[in-house]
Design a protein around this ligand. Structure first.
Ligand code: GLN
Length: 282
C-alpha cells in the first residue's frame, strides 16, 4: 500500500469522529512514531510503500481512535515544556495549561529552592522544574502506579527527584520546603456532563474528580500541610478550577497568605494562583 492511500483511508475512517484538522495532526504523529517519517518529510510523501505490519499498526490505532482513546495513550508519549513524557492511564495526560504553571514558576523563582510537587502524576511538573538549575524536587502521589510512571519520566529526562508515596490528606513530615506546587484533582462531579469522552472514559478518575460539596478538599489539606512544612514567606503555586478561583482565594486569605495573584491560562480562564506564606512576627 502507498502512503497516500494509507492517508486517504485514515481520513475516511476517522471522519465521523474527528474534524479534518485533528485527523491530519494525529496522522502526522502516527507517521512519525510508526514510520519514522518526520512532519516536514511528510509534506512531500505519497509514493512510499507501507508494509503489511505498518498498515496493521495504523488499523489498530484507528480502532482505538474511533473508541475515543486519547492519542497520547496510543503513542504512549507526549511532549511537555520541551521534554518528552511517557503517558499511561495511570496518570493524567500532561496538559498545555500546566506548562504555563511551570513557566510561571521558572520565570518567577530564581533562587536555589527546595520544592514539593503534590499529586505529581506523570511527573510533568516536577521533572520540568528539576530540569532547571537550582531547583531541588520532592514529588508526592497517592498512586503507586503513577509514581512508577513519574520515576520512569525522571529517568528518561535525567533528573533527580525524591519520590514520596503518600496521601496528602494524612501525610506528615518534618521537612521544610521553600515552595509547594500542586495540580490536584479539582473537577466537580457536576462538571462531568461537559467533559469529553476521551477524558471521561480513559483518564484516571482519581486524578480528576472531587465531590461537589467539598471541591477544595485537596487545597485545604495542602495548606494545612504547608502550615508546618512551608517556610515563612514560602510560596504556593496551584492550578485551579476556573469556576472556583474566588473560593480558592478566600481559602488562601483564611490561611493567612499574602500577595495572592490569580492568573488566566491562554484560553482566558482563571487557571492558576500563587501566594506567599505570611511571615509570622513573634
Ligand atoms: N484541567 C484538567 C481537565 O479539565 C483537570 C486537571 C485536574 O483535575 N487537576 O481535564
Amino acid at each position: 500500500m502507498k502512503l497516500k492511500d494509507l492517508k486517504k483511508d485514515f481520513k475516511t475512517k476517522l471522519a465521523i469522529t474527528y474534524p479534518n484538522e485533528e485527523i491530519l495532526s494525529i496522522f502526522k504523529f502516527l507517521c512519525e512514531k510508526y514510520l519514522n517519517i518526520s512532519p516536514t518529510k511528510l509534506l512531500l510523501a505519497g509514493e512510499e510503500l507501507i508494509n503489511k505490519k505498518q498498515v496493521d499498526m495504523f488499523s489498530k490505532a484507528i480502532v482505538r481512535l474511533l473508541n475515543e482513546e486519547p492519542i497520547q495513550y496510543i503513542l504512549k508519549t507526549t511532549s511537555f515544556y520541551g521534554l518528552e513524557f511517557i503517558c499511561t492511564p495511570s496518570a493524567l495526560i500532561p496538559r498545555p495549561e500546566t506548562e504555563e504553571l511551570v513557566d510561571w514558576i521558572i520565570k518567577s523563582e530564581t533562587n536555589e529552592i527546595t520544592i514539593l510537587d503534590i499529586g505529581t502524576g506523570t511527573g510533568c511538573i516536577s521533572v520540568s522544574l528539576a530540569n532547571h538549575n537550582g531547583f531541588v524536587l520532592d514529588a508526592l502521589d497517592i498512586s503507586s502506579s503513577a509514581l512508577e510512571l513519574a520515576k520512569q519520566n525522571a529517568k528518561k529526562n535525567k533528573v533527580n527527584i525524591n519520590f514520596i508515596e503518600a496521601d496528602i490528606l494524612e501525610y506528615k513530615s518534618d521537612k521544610k520546603y521553600d515552595l509547594i506546587v500542586s495540580n490536584p484533582p479539582y473537577v466537580r462531579n457536576l462538571e462531568k456532563k461537559k467533559m469529553q469522552n476521551n477524558v471521561l472514559h480513559f483518564e484516571p478518575e482519581l486524578a480528576l474528580f472531587v465531590e461537589d460539596d467539598d471541591p477544595l478538599v485537596f487545597y485545604r489539606a495542602i495548606l494545612k500541610f504547608a502550615h508546618n512544612n512551608l517556610i515563612d514567606k514560602g510560596k504556593i503555586y496551584f492550578e485551579i478550577n476556573e469556576y472556583l478561583y474566588n473560593d480558592i482565594k478566600g481559602l488562601l486569605i483564611f490561611f493567612g497568605y499574602v500577595n495572592i495573584e490569580l492568573k488566566k491560562d491562554s484560553f482566558g480562564k482563571f487557571r492558576f494562583v500563587k501566594a506567599a506564606k505570611y511571615a509570622k512576627i513573634d
